[in-house]
Design a protein around this ligand. Structure first.
Ligand SMILES: [Zn+2]
Ligand SMILES: [Zn+2]
Length: 328
């Protein structure tokens, strides 16, 4: 082959490769990610809620949530009919859920299960820790995802129990019911588990029971939610992203941007009114790694940090939590 022909062949080969890449035959770039807002803990008249599954799903859809899990006590409220009525591609999704509900002596043990096809019966144990573990394991054995609910409700779960539970990746760092005692050291307990090597993420939920009358003492919707970064609005994509910690939890603070890699958290807050914002980055043993006042906060993980997570508070008392990163 002459040099001219040879270079022509190389050009043609490069063009062919470019065409293959461009046509999607070879994987070229990761899928586009979007933010989806949702609530993973709510009740209906199928347990102790005051409204029908229809009314509850309607409330969330009309308030611009993208996804919702109905989690009745020891009952799977089948969302199939609701999905037919309210489900809409990329707009609204119902995720299957149940609040697996039991107690050890007077300590309530409530563990949510997501992604299930039939009711999961609660399991019992020989201690609070054993009861939590038995229910976590039963939910996992069913192919579902467990999340430990309202740990400080009636002071059921203490730091030793929380740190000792295995195979648990989610818990409620915020629950919208007024008497769940969330403000009493729940984040410190989270840091205790993270420092012990647990990879556990904190979700904010409504645990709403009341949709007819609203007031500060009632368990109303709209108080705590998660914003999930996922490729599409499907049960699998949302739950996989949640299990990776690709979300933040909120009681009102909205992030305009969030990059959460293995090594860094980079966030930008969307301001409302004239509120001021404090972001605290927290690491091993609850140590404050940095604090930033303002709308942009960045933290790069350093050797010895153990992990880093962000806890944000504004001057009106609203909160947000970015999930921990663990380095390599
Ligand atoms: Zn509960
Ligand atoms: Zn509940």
């Amino acid at each position: 082959m002459s040099p001219a022909l040879k270079s022509r062949a190389v050009i043609l080969a490069s063009l062919a490769l470019a065409w293959i890449v461009g046509s999607g035959v070879l994987p070229s770039k990761p899928p586009e990610l979007s933010w989806y807002k949702g609530n993973l803990h709510t009740h209906t008249i199928n347990s102790d809620g005051d409204s029908s599954p229809d009314a509850v799903a309607r409330w969330y859809k009309e308030h611009r949530y993208h996804f919702l899990a109905l989690t009745d006590h020891n009952y799977l409220t089948d969302p199939q009919g609701l999905s037919f009525l309210f489900g809409a591609s990329e707009r609204f999704l119902l995720i299957t859920g149940e609040e697996v509900t039991t107690s050890f002596r007077d300590a309530p043990v409530h563990v949510n299960a997501f992604r299930l096809s039939e009711t999961i019966q609660p399991a019992s144990g020989q201690s609070v820790q054993g009861t939590v573990q038995a229910n976590v394991d039963r939910i996992l054995a069913a192919g579902s995802i467990p999340s430990l609910n309202h740990p400080f409700f009636r002071w059921a779960i203490d730091a030793d129990v929380f740190r000792a539970v295995e195979r648990l990746k989610l818990f409620e760092v915020f629950n919208g019911i007024p008497d769940t005692n969330d403000e009493w050291g729940l984040e410190e307990m989270w840091d205790g588990a993270l420092s012990a090597g647990r990879e556990i993420y904190g979700i904010a939920v409504d645990d709403a029971h009341e949709f007819k009358q609203f007031g500060p003492d009632r368990s109303n919707p709209g108080r705590g939610w998660i914003e999930v970064s996922a490729a599409e609005l499907t049960q699998e994509a949302i739950l996989e992203a949640v299990e990776r910690g690709d979300f933040y939890s909120s009681t009102g603070i909205k992030l305009a941007a969030l990059t959460r890699s293995q090594y860094a958290i980079d966030l930008r807050i969307e301001p409302t009114g004239d509120e001021k914002y404090l972001t605290r980055f927290i690491g091993r043993d609850g140590k404050e790694l940095d604090r930033v006042v303002g709308l942009r906060a960045v933290y790069r993980l350093k050797p010895g940090d153990g992990y880093a997570r962000a806890s944000i508070r504004d001057s009106a008392g609203r909160r947000a939590w970015v999930q921990p990163i663990f380095g390599s």
